[in-house]
Design a protein around this ligand. Structure first.
Ligand SMILES: C[S@@+](CC[C@H](N)C(=O)[O-])C[C@H]1O[C@@H](n2cnc3c(N)ncnc32)[C@H](O)[C@@H]1O
Length: 296
C-alpha cells in the first residue's frame, strides 16, 4: 500500500454546500466532482506544482475506424469527456480551468499541461493570453505509438507538454537541472523524452480485462515531471486525474497531492491503484535514446 494513506479516507465527494476547502481538508485527497466547481473552492496561492492532462477534443469521426493494413479496430478516445460542441466551447473550458489554476498556484509554482496537435496549440495561446510565461516544452516520443490506420497522414507518435510559470516575474521556481539533463535525450539532455505508452501490468484494467481508461499516462512521465520541477513535501494539483497517475507517483516521491476527477468509475480504479506502490525504478534507455546519445 502507498505509505501513510488510508484508502477509506482517500476520496472526498464535492458538495454544493461547501464554498471553500481548507488545505488540510483536501491534502492527499481525490475529490469526486467537476473541476470547474471544485477549483473555485481551493485557496489562493496554495500549490507548488500543477499537472493538467485535459480532454484532447480529438473529434474522431463517428464511423468505426479499421486499420487499412491489418483490419483491426482502432481504439481511439471515444469517451464522452472528450466531446465538446465546438472549438469555442473547448477553449472556454480550458480558459476557465487555467484561470483558476493561476489563482491557486503559489507565486513561484509551475504548471505542466499535455496534449496532442489536436489542441496543444490552442492551449498555448490561451495560456499566453492569461499571462502564463512559457518556460519550455517537452516532446514526448512514444516508441510504441498507435499505428497509423488509413495511411493518409504521418503516424502520430508524440505529445507536447508545456511547462510554464503563471507570470513572467516568477523567477524562483523549482528546476532540478541535473535530473532534467539526465532525462533529456542526447549528451545535451534536450527537451525530448522517449517513453512507451502505458501498457502491460501498469495499465489499470476492468474486471473484464479491458483497460479502465483510454489515456492513462505512464508512471515514468509523471516521475520525470515531479522530480525535475518539485521538491519533497510540495503540494501537487491535478484537476483532471483520470486513473490518478499524478497522485500515485507524487506520494511515492514524498510529495502531497490534490486530485479532482468527475467520473466515479475512475475514482474506484484509483482507490484500488493506491493499494500498491507504483514502480518508479530507473528505466532502461530505448534504442532511439542510445542512438542519439552515440551520435550527439
Ligand atoms: C486525459 S484524461 C486524464 C488521464 C490521467 N492523466 C491518467 O493518467 O489517467 C482526462 C480526465 O479528465 C476528466 N475530466 C474531464 N472533464 C472534467 C471536469 N470538468 N472535472 C473533472 N474531471 C474532468 C475525465 O473524466 C478524464 O478522466
Amino acid at each position: 500500500m502507498v505509505e501513510h494513506l488510508n484508502i477509506d479516507k482517500l476520496v472526498l465527494a464535492d458538495s454544493k454546500n461547501v464554498n471553500q476547502y481548507t488545505l488540510d481538508e483536501i491534502r492527499n485527497k481525490i475529490i469526486l466532482g467537476d473541476a470547474l466547481e471544485v477549483l473555485k473552492k481551493i485557496p489562493d496561492e496554495s500549490v507548488d506544482l500543477v499537472f493538467i492532462d485535459p480532454p484532447y477534443f480529438l473529434q474522431l469521426p463517428k464511423k468505426k475506424l479499421v486499420r487499412w493494413n491489418v483490419k483491426t479496430k482502432v481504439e481511439g478516445v471515444e469517451d464522452d469527456w472528450d466531446k465538446f460542441e465546438s472549438f469555442e466551447e473547448y477553449d472556454s473550458f480550458i480558459e476557465n480551468i487555467l484561470s483558476q489554476t493561476s489563482r491557486i498556484m503559489k507565486t513561484n509554482a509551475t504548471l505542466w499541461i499535455i496534449s496532442t496537435y489536436h489542441s496543444i496549440h490552442r492551449i498555448g495561446t490561451i495560456m499566453q493570453n492569461l499571462r502564463y510565461w512559457l518556460l519550455s516544452e517537452i516532446v514526448w516520443i512514444k516508441n510504441n505509438p498507435m499505428p497509423n490506420w488509413l495511411g493518409v497522414r504521418f503516424t502520430n507518435a508524440t505529445e507536447t507538454i508545456i511547462w510554464a510559470v503563471k507570470d513572467k516575474q516568477s523567477k524562483k521556481y523549482t528546476f532540478n537541472k541535473e535530473l532534467a539533463k539526465e532525462f533529456g535525450i542526447g549528451k545535451v539532455g534536450a527537451n525530448v523524452w522517449v517513453i512507451p505508452l502505458c501498457t502491460g501490468k501498469e495499465r489499470i484494467k476492468k474486471e473484464d480485462g479491458e483497460k479502465l481508461h483510454s489515456t492513462q499516462k505512464p508512471v515514468e512521465l509523471l516521475k520525470r515531471i515531479i522530480l525535475t520541477t518539485s521538491n519533497e513535501g510540495d503540494l501537487i494539483l491535478d484537476p483532471m486525474a483520470g486513473t490518478g497517475t499524478t497522485g500515485h507517483v507524487a506520494k511515492e516521491l514524498k510529495r502531497d497531492f490534490v486530485m479532482i476527477e468527475r467520473e466515479k468509475k475512475y475514482i474506484e480504479g484509483m482507490k484500488e491503484r493506491f493499494k500498491i506502490a507504483p514502480n518508479i525504478k530507473d528505466r532502461k534507455k530505448s534504442s532511439i535514446e542510445e542512438e542519439v546519445e552515440k551520435n550527439s
